[in-house]
Design a protein. Structure first.
Length: 478
């Protein structure tokens, strides 16, 4: 009886007042053109964020009330980096960064010491970056419990595809070190990977995607902890093409979920969801399903064309929840020549300076819940309209706070001049409730960035927000 009462109170909390508290940190100076920043996570019971201002990188640690507690400077960071990545666990924090030096692309790593200083960076992996070599970026992914990090990379040379992959733990100990070459193959990394809590690495590969992002071949590369090579597992796509591939580790049941859109052919639009389950223990595909779908707001066969898969969530019952968002870009000219008709010719009565405008649109969200047999359990649509210009859409899209009773999707309402932060709560059975979150004048003065939000606990999410030349961070507690 008490359990039922607790569940009822939690549901009431979501439906009648989603936000319980909002907290804003003090503002910091910001140069939007040159600076970098991100929310990292919860480390040693402190909220950690990364800030790089005037080429000085530092980690700022905040208390629960977003009061600045400590600052740890990353004095070893080079002035120019190709990429930086953090892995945050309960007590550990690691940094990985990519730099080009001596005609090579190198990945360095360091970890946070007990006294909040940093260990001496060590070279983790490197590859040649000469112009005559075809090289992909380095990619990173972290296990569900944040204890393992996979770093992987590929490049082509002399008709050979070279793959480098390495798994390290929170102490920066190398668990797997793989360098493998493939010859005579059209082998393309899909830039999608996963690593389990025990250190097993998975990387997706296939043939080169076309302009629609479709590929008709899929190979799963797997490396057990301590392995020196990757095993290949071709996946039967039943003559379909797939796009937007995602890999998600199910550590509880020792499975790997593969999900993507599928279409009838290489140049066709998506018409449903491909779901495959790889049994890690037996190293076989245990099931493959192709589920046709249609959106609630549009019955067209091409209604999934502009939708991008943003999130994949697994439930303990084996169901998979896929979150997609409609997004596209437009380029148009503003100003320029104003034409008039004169003497049957197209003439100009006035000349202005033309300006190219890049529009970024992030519209409705679609959420699909699939049962383990691939059938659709339910679907839900969240309507929103976010269109901005010349900002790469950094203030659009959404953030997610996961809860065992359902997920809350946070996004800014851009339909009017008045700022509103909305939360769309979708329960475990697909029921939708949309509420406006509480705010105040101080928060309303900032532009929020929900797409960059990070969940730091079971009931808290933190996102960056900017105003003119200032940066701060907003925490929403449920």
């Amino acid at each position: 009886m008490r359990k039922l009462l607790l569940i009822g109170l939690l549901i009431l909390c979501y439906t009648d007042g989603i936000t319980q508290k909002i907290t804003l940190s003090e503002k910091e100076e910001l140069n939007m053109r040159d600076d970098d920043f991100m929310v990292i996570g919860n480390v040693r019971n402190l909220t950690s964020v990364y800030r790089n201002h005037q080429a000085i990188g530092e980690i700022v640690f905040y208390t629960k009330n977003l009061i600045k507690e400590k600052i740890s400077t990353l004095t070893f960071l080079p002035a120019s980096m190709l990429k930086i990545y953090f892995t945050a666990a309960t007590e550990a924090l690691s940094v990985f960064y990519v730099v080009k030096e001596n005609r090579k692309q190198n990945v360095y790593m360091a970890k946070l010491n007990d006294d909040f200083t940093w260990s001496e960076p060590v070279l983790l992996i490197g590859s040649p970056s000469s112009s005559y070599r075809s090289s992909n970026d380095y990619f990173f992914c972290t296990s569900e419990d944040k204890s393992k990090t996979l770093v992987y990379h590929s490049y082509s040379e002399n008709d050979m595809t070279m793959i480098q992959a390495m798994v390290v733990d929170e102490k920066l100990s190398v668990l797997s070190n793989i360098e493998q070459s493939y010859s005579g193959q059209q082998f393309n990394m899909a830039n999608e990977a996963a690593v389990t809590n025990d250190g097993t690495a998975f990387i997706a590969a296939g043939n080169t995607p076309n302009s629609k992002g479709n590929m008709q071949e899929l190979i799963l590369l797997a490396g057990l902890k301590g392995a020196a090579t990757l095993q290949q597992y071709p996946i039967d796509l039943n003559q379909n093409a797939i796009s937007d591939l995602q890999l998600t580790a199910d550590n509880l049941h020792h499975n790997l979920y593969l999900s993507a859109y599928f279409s009838d052919g290489r140049y066709s639009s998506p018409r449903g969801i491909f779901m495959g389950i790889f049994d890690i223990g037996h190293q076989v595909m245990s099931s493959i399903h192709f589920t046709p779908l249609a959106l609630q707001v549009s019955p067209s066969r091409s209604d999934l064309r502009d939708f991008k898969i943003r999130n994949v969530f697994l439930k303990k019952t084996g169901e998979m929840e896929i979150v997609a968002e409609k997004t596209f870009q437009n380029i148009r000219n503003v100003g320029g020549v104003t034409p008039v008709i004169s003497s049957s010719l197209l003439m100009s009565s006035m000349t202005e300076n033309a300006r190219v405008v890049h529009e970024f649109s992030y519209d409705e969200m679609a959420v699909f819940s699939l049962k383990p047999d691939g059938s659709l359990a339910w679907s839900q649509t969240v309507l929103k309209d976010q269109t901005t210009t010349d900002d790469n859409g950094i203030f659009s899209s959404f953030g997610v706070l996961q809860h065992r009773l359902g997920n809350a999707y946070l996004f800014s309402d851009m339909s009017s001049k008045q700022f509103r932060l909305l939360a769309a709560y979708i329960s475990a059975n697909g029921q939708l409730t949309v509420k406006e979150l509480q705010s105040n004048d101080e928060v309303d003065a900032y532009n929020l960035m929900p797409r960059s939000a990070v969940q730091i606990s079971t009931s808290e999410i933190v996102m960056p927000c900017v105003s003119k030349n200032y940066l701060c961070f907003l925490k929403i507690s449920y």
